[in-house]
Write a protein that binds this ligand. Sequence first.
Ligand code: ATP
Length: 362
Amino acid sequence: MASITLKNLAHSYHPDPKGPQDFALKSIDHVWEDGGAYALLGPSGCGKTTLLNIISGLLVPSRGQILFNDKDVTRLAPEQRDIAQVFQFPVIYDTMTVRENLAFPLVNRGLAKNEIATRVHKMLDILELQGKADRKARNLTADDKQKISLGRGLVRYDVNAILFDEPLTVIDPHLKWQLRSKLRELHTQFGHTMIYVTHDQTEALTFANKVVVMYEGEVVQIGTPEELFEKPAHTFVGYFIGSPGMNILPTVIEGNRARLGQHETMLTQSYPALTGKVELGIRPEYIRVVERGQGLPVQIREVEDIGRFRIVRATLQGDDSGAIINSLVPEDQSLPADADLLFNAEKVGVYLNNHIVSAQGS
Ligand SMILES: Nc1ncnc2c1ncn2[C@@H]1O[C@H](COP(=O)(O)OP(=O)(O)OP(=O)(O)O)[C@@H](O)[C@H]1O
């Protein structure tokens, strides 16, 4: 296993890139810890696969270096990197049995027969495939085939990292959670460095101990699921993580007050003068709907029942833009006829050109 260092990494598919807009990866500079479980999360086209391909060796970056521990592997081919990969669709040998498929990567490395048997046995147990061990892979369901693909990646102990590219796409939805927790279990047991690409926040948040959020070719935040929820460093993280995502409202900051249209809300700290695109971020979970006179006056536009909570969609009084502010209200709480929104000031973030701003003196 290895730590992975991405040193000043950038990639353009253009032969002669003119500016940042021509780069699929803009500039990435990070060290990913040995034994970490990382998820690369972001919308389609943000550069996840490009980054994964650079790590696996399918792609040589236009700029920068990639190191496994202290070794520069930037120009090494995939087979020289000692990595295992699991793709969206199963990569297995149909004519081999399940057992033979799992043994294959170990036979290739010349491991002793009894060592192979022990590891394969363990993997069959973990994947709950013991009952099908001697069946030909071609007769199995897509779910089982993908389980074998996962197993083939995980059966090796000597890999620098295991890379997963949306590995649960073909898996039946009700089995997904089961395989995700299996992966976590395997990670705890074996401590492999794992990198898991997905555009699905649930998958990323349940799999990883560190989530790497990508947006338009950049890593905008690396954090635990809790950090991404509680302290989004970029408006995209606030919007993308959570359901519904964080409210992002144009504002003018004056010291410790934020102006929203004709209204004002207090902040817990003072901010320096800000020039550029200034926005206030607040998650729906941290807004209360209260009686008139206690907060920001709004008109409720829509209420959606989502089980234990309701999403209340409202617009600020006097705001003609129609910008909706979402708040989450417990199912049993009644809504006032004339409602105000009360923001939990502790949970408000101030963003300048999409990036979080530190308060003065903090
Ligand atoms: N081989 C290629 N040639 C030219 N442009 C490419 C190539 N591969 C990807 N791109 C472009 O690079 C950008 C990043 O693509 P990439 O596939 O890395 O994103 P992604 O986040 O993995 O998206 P998805 O989730 O849809 O796979 C996109 O604008 C894409 O169109």
